[in-house]
Design a protein around this ligand. Sequence first.
Ligand code: COA
Length: 464
Amino acid sequence: MASILRTSRTRPVWSALARARFSSTAPKNTTLKERLAELIPIELENVKRVRAEHGKKAFGPVIVDQLYGGMRGLPALIWDGSVLDADEGIRFRGKTIPECQELLPKAPGGEEPLPEGLFWLLVTGEIPTQEQVTELSKDWAARSAIPEFVEEILDRCPPTLHPMSQFSLAVTALNHNSAFAKAYQDGVSKKEYWGPTFEDSMDLIAKLPNIAGRIYRNVFGQGKLPAIDPAKDYSHNLATLLGFGDNHAFVELMRLYITIHSDHEGGNVSAHTGKLVGSALSDPFLAFAASLNGLAGPLHGLANQEVLTWLTKMQAKIGANASNEAVKEYVWATLKGGQVVPGYGHAVLRKTDPRYTAQREFALKHLPDDPLFKLVGQIYNIVPDILLEAGKAKNPWPNVDAHSGVLLTHYGMTQMQFYTVLFGVSRAFGVASQLIWDRALGAPLERPKSYSTQAIEKMFKDKA
Ligand SMILES: CC(C)(COP(=O)(O)OP(=O)(O)OC[C@H]1O[C@@H](n2cnc3c(N)ncnc32)[C@H](O)[C@@H]1OP(=O)(O)O)[C@@H](O)C(=O)NCCC(=O)NCCS
């Protein structure tokens, strides 16, 4: 939405207009939907102006390697909620993770930002008031129930079906009650698309704790699912549904976890998939279920599960408190076996992921003596040099997934197959906020051009 220009590699420069509209605190006494209704016409004008001024200008060269190379660096998408800088990491509407931790409202007695505030920020670019965040918590609690038939779908899944597959099934099934799908069938005008998309997006986010909680308890046998408490914030309710609501530190971890995993600009697999599927006017449930299927891949969100599996195998092989030499040998064995070191490397980042750093700081505060945390620190001192020496990975530094599982394990959530579900709960915040804007701005069907190798050869032969 807001135009972010980059003069250097690090600092985003906001246009005066964008600054005036999107970098301040939210006006009081307005709901998120009311505020959106005010911002949409302004942004429609803004996009119209940007397209009129720059629409026909080239945005950079495309080289053939990008077509074969997973489209790295190809400018191809509009994504307003966040921008990723290779060195600095993510900014949500221009704000770094530490800035979000400082500026976003907190729960009484809490120090971590409430994801409700992050969602408001992603959607509007503004920092909401404490009251606005509390209203969002209440609104999501009121929308949180899932239809009985979705509960039954989950209860019928064999416990051997991966939690991510169950998650995706349940989210797909929520499309049964989609306000957007119904409005479309009823002939809603294009100009009104964003309203039912907003309602679906709010429902989607609101219902995820009940889905995640049910999967966790069904698969790992943790007893009956408690009810959502409308007086509690989203993360507190999620923690309660998972069975950790009495643990203040775990609740705080959920607040941080959901905030930092929410969005990572638009080109990553889950974000882009959601946008792509949404561009066919599939409703937010269908679009986000597709995101989840991408997140379930080991090179993307499943890496948080992979990291724990890898660490556990390492400990089984070389024991706890292993020497640096033993760890090095294990890392080399992983690489020589043709496998990746999970939790390291990134398609865009070229420095340590600030999401990793935020989790490390949380661990230093809450669990400094945890043996697995110490192992993660030991690995941090070893892996980058080895990846550099191996000479293939463009980024030898850790990403978000290198740390998250260790924190969850510390509090007793040891079932690593579940970790990506938590990532998915969070990722809904970023995907949903962009889907709302895509419908508001009338984003068209995505349909890039593909080429065969033969066509590429012919094109250059003809030009020669
Ligand atoms: C994230 C990831 C998929 C990015 O892929 P990418 O953009 O293609 O990364 P690169 O350009 O650096 O890859 C170049 C080569 O280095 C390898 N490489 C990258 N990261 C590596 C890692 N952590 N361990 C071993 N090898 C790695 C790639 O597999 C690739 O090998 P190839 O030429 O034989 O195909 C990759 O770094 C990876 O697989 N990391 C481990 C999984 C992970 O943590 N995923 C979560 C990401 S948030």
